[in-house]
Design a protein around this ligand. Structure first.
Ligand code: SF4
Ligand code: SF4
Length: 100
């Protein structure tokens, strides 16, 4: 798998095997030749995948999904940042409306 920055969410494209019918459209569209077949079902090589999303767009069965993986620490930082932004907005609203 390609390296991602510590706090950046990792994006993964996965095949839902129960939906895949093995038509091969995803493999044909992949610019990195990252899709192979096992028992007639598509499989994505995460070492080759560059997360372009083409396979997901062409799949007629909606069998390819994007997953975003975020570490608990990064998630906590994100929540704290959002809280600060909300507090700043509420502070500005209070000033505008004259609420103390
Ligand atoms: S395009 Fe979709 S249904 Fe066809 S092989 Fe790929 S994942 Fe399976
Ligand atoms: S996201 Fe792009 S690079 Fe990755 S498997 Fe799909 S088509 Fe290939």
């Amino acid at each position: 798998m390609r390296k991602q920055s510590k706090n950046k969410p990792a994006r993964l494209f996965k095949v839902r095997w129960e939906l895949c019918v093995g038509c091969g459209l995803c493999a044909q569209s992949c610019p990195k030749d990252a899709i192979s077949f096992l028992w007639g079902k598509a499989e994505i090589d995460q070492n080759r995948c560059v997360h372009c999303g083409l396979c997901m767009r062409v799949c007629p069965r909606g069998a390819i999904v994007e997953k975003v993986v975020i570490s608990p620490k990064a998630l906590e930082k994100e929540v704290q940042s959002l809280q600060r932004q909300v507090e700043a907005i509420l502070g500005r609203l209070d000033k505008l409306t004259g609420v103390k």
